[in-house]
Design a protein. Sequence first.
Length: 532
Amino acid sequence: MASGRVNPQFQLSDQGINDLGNVYYNLIEPALMQQALVREEGTLGEGGTLLVTTGKFTGRSPKDKHVVKTESVADSIWWDNNAEMSSEGFDALYADMIEHMKGRDYFVQDLVGGADPAHSINMRMVTELAWHSLFIRHMLRRPERDALDDFVADFTVINCPSFSADPERHNCRSETIIAMNFDRKLILIGGSEYAGENKKSVFTLLNYLLPEKGIMPMHCSANHAIGNPVDTAVFFGLSGTGKTTLSADPARTLIGDDEHGWSDTGTFNFEGGCYAKTISLSPEAEPEIYATTKKFGTVIENMVFDAETLELDFEDDSLTANMRCAYPMSYIANASETAMGGHPKNIIMLTCDAFGVLPPIARLTPAQAMYHFLSGFTSKVAGTERGVTEPEPTFSTCFGAPFMPRRPEVYGNLLREKIARHGATCWLVNTGWTGGAFGVGSRMPIQATRALLTAALDGSLTEVEFRKDPNFGFEVPVSVPDVADILLDPRRTWDNVEAYDAQAAKLVTMFVDNFAQYVPYIDEDVKAAAIG
């Protein structure tokens, strides 16, 4: 049985996929909700949401991501960061997976990655779970129904959580697998029910394809001034640093919350929805996002809820701290209809500093911006990846190393070139700890972060007095309206300034040691800008 105006069984047979059970083609939200509930994949929540759990995998498995090493990509993949797989291993994996799929029901969604038609790619998403089909329908961009008749996929993703890989036979690390084959235009996912693998596989794909067109792929959120797309801001950062929260500003138009491209004509969202963390989510601090947790079709992932009332518990992280909700962009009242903006006027690099050393905001020169972009310092927060249970200091180059198939300098040079060509003021914003390291200090007050960002985006922050940071050499404001002066000088927030100095020296050394890997590939001014 198949739904839709075309025969997906025939289309899938073009790739050797035959003898499936029911194939459900491009079901829309009500039908997907119904299928998920009939199959007992989740529970109907308040407002018509879908409450699901993802089993033992409540975060991404970056070490299980493999790229097939073929002649066409052998010299362009960053192999230190991407595990290779042989063509023979992938062929065996594919053969075994499609054999496993026989007789089982599958859901097909034909979707688009990229809001700019000049640079978008057509994605066919084949999923074993109905709720995964609903999730990815939220997350990617949905073509008009009439366009589906002539839809031709550029790449296909097959996600089969019930399939387990064989490391020896398939040339991979474990039973969990995310395998990308650029020559065959296929991505295979198995052994994990975590829905985020679907969207991040598409992001990784775009991160490989777009630089060849001179487009900068960015792990960032983005917004622009209401009625003025020229005044665009982008917010780089790993999950948990505040990309979604800080870009959802009711005084600005939201372009997107996670993945964007920067082309010669401006900024464009890759996605059609948002995947927001919900731990400690409140209607006071984040009313727009909170409201989506009671809207029809929102997928609510790994949240504890009352069995009788279905009321969500936003503080109970017993399943994972990486609890999330996925919803279409249209659920945010001030979301852009086009999901496109101008060239970034302000570039914000978000870091979650668990050392308690960095100031809440600092202004960067272009050379310093490239240094901190390549460094990508932050702290992995609990639950985002398997095994991370508390903030863990890390350097994730380009603020998204797990999704970068090319060497970091490719993205760093693109960023620097675009800053030079179009002009942008760059800021480093710490949403991590103040008054001490994790376990001693406290999390940076979100009200202060918002006030500082507002001042940066409206231009008033450039008018205040700045001091040079003795550790990193960037400029830090001395006093900003609505922000306590003491907060702007991290050393003053510590009870023991000698302990702060020791912690700062330790962090500087970590930066220097980490950056040594990029020194052969960068210009002298970036080297000089490294540490103050």
